[in-house]
Design a protein around this ligand. Structure first.
Ligand SMILES: [Zn+2]
Length: 68
């Protein structure tokens, strides 16, 4: 059970490794960079689930009051 509701897990998809990994939102950028750096020579193969990325953007936009 997660104790921190402030950092929802974000699904990271890597089509080349055929993995989906859930990473706390605050660590996503670092984890992505490390994964791609280590396993894919720095190419941006792994990425945030596109659907969720859009949702997150909307959430953040709502948070900031950008959707008024
Ligand atoms: Zn990978």
């Amino acid at each position: 059970m997660s104790t921190s509701e402030d950092s929802p897990d974000v699904p990271i998809i890597c089509p080349e490794c055929e993995t989906t990994t859930r990473i706390p939102a605050e660590d996503v950028a670092d984890s992505l960079e490390r994964h791609n750096e280590r396993l894919h020579d720095g190419e941006e193969i792994a990425h945030v689930d596109p659907d969720l990325a859009e949702q997150l953007q909307n959430l953040v936009a709502e948070d900031l009051g950008l959707l008024d």
